[in-house]
Design a protein around this ligand. Sequence first.
Ligand code: BGC
Length: 547
Amino acid sequence: MEMSTDGRTNALSPVPWWRDAVCYEVYVRSFADADGNGVGDLTGITSRLPYLEELGVDALWLTPFYVSPQRDGGYDVGDYRRVDPLFGNLRSFDRLLASAHRRGFKLIVDVVPNHTSTEHRWFKAALAGGPNSPERRRYVFLDGLGRDGSRPPNNWKSMFGGSAWTRVSDGQWYLHLFDASQPDLNWRNPEVGDEFESILRFWLDRGVDGFRIDVAHGLFKQHGLPDAVRPRNSGPYFNQPEVHQVYRRWHRVLAEYPGERMAIGEAWVDTAEQMTLYLRHDELQQVFNFRWLDATWSAASFARFTRETLDVLRPIGAAPTWMLSNHDIERHVTRFGGGLSGLARARAATLAMLSLPGSAYLYQGEELGLPQVDVPPTARQDPTRSRRDGVGRDGCRVPLPWSGTTSPYGFSPAGSAPPWLPQPHSWRSLTVDRQDRDPSSTLNFYRAALRERRAHLVSLDQHVDVTASGGLLRLDRGEAFSCLLNCGARARRIKGYADVILTSGDASTQAQVAAGVLPPDTAAWLRRSPPEPQTPELSARGEVIAP
Ligand code: BGC
């Protein structure tokens, strides 16, 4: 059999790598700091690739590392073709990419097409060009309402809070669906589409395997910019039909390059069905499926969101994606209640997620069981901190703890500037080094789950039977595999399986499950006996027993 150069995928296989890949989100600012300025960088990532190899992920997604004033963690891009000196330069990027490819990783980078930074040369030219200049037509500039134009052109709100419009000194207003430092581009101007095709080609020519598209449901605004009355994701500024022409064009660009290049869209939609529009055969390969982020700790809720996803994707043959955490949302240990039970639930939910067909996106630090951090108000940096909820998203972006017993926990070399966000004292027990040595650590659990997934699950039937009963979620793939997740308050008796592949707990949990008892806040991967296929089930009496 001919193998592809990365040694992981079979070049003859009709299944492209991204369909079942586990992709690890590297939040570049917070992963590893090699140059000692307190902010993560590209060389830091290169130096930690062996860690990611041992973890067992297939692909890496890098958050924006382009030239930027960093008002929104790099999602405010000043130059799409240059690396911000904070993170390195094009040479350090090329070294990282080559090293990642040598180790068999695919590497995808973020592209931010909805808006630029106000520091981008186009926006500076738009300000200088004045009203009605061709430079201004690359953005959304309008006169205001009222006799003196002092009211914004419509009622749109920024996702970060406050009006989505800012007035400039000559009296016109510009649109920004995010921070005022992130002016929205005018995708009705063909120059914008041409520029982004050229940006994609720039990175594809360097060898990236794909893109994560920021605010992929944005870009086009409804003609006439009417006031918003509908729910957020269906407002006149998101999910407009014209955006699909852009992804058809990008699909054709990706297809020109060898090696299954791909794009995944961050497209927030109001219904699962809307996801499918982006996944038509000539558009994006993947979109983020945020359904599990809405799941509460209940089997019924996980079952509902899983079925909803699978049911809409099956008819179009698209592979699902799953995620529980990313750099914009509260970490799932904390969402599921925090403390030891939040951690147990997070591990259990992760095991259930990894049992599903399709690809999974992990967020750096979840493999260490990191909780959300309560970043002190004076240290907060996220632009949403002062508006949306007063707290912002810094709590999931705190630099990773690698080693040692005091901050920076190996994130930066000794004697460096302090990490850009403070790390809590409690993280001394969560470092990679500590967890590496502890067989029941969350890190070793993730390593085992990814190893077993690759060994046993990737080749399984893509169809999943999803059932929920009395707090127990059951995901059956094919004749021989089940994942059980106990969201109930009490242990459940289970039977009808031959072997325990893995549980989300420690060795004693493994023994309990082997003896037919699934503790609360626990998931297990089970193999059913082939000769007499029997599904794992609750005892006939629906017996509930104590842990
Ligand atoms: C990114 C955020 C960013 C926003 C604006 C999002 O979807 O994930 O971190 O603040 O886009 O670019």
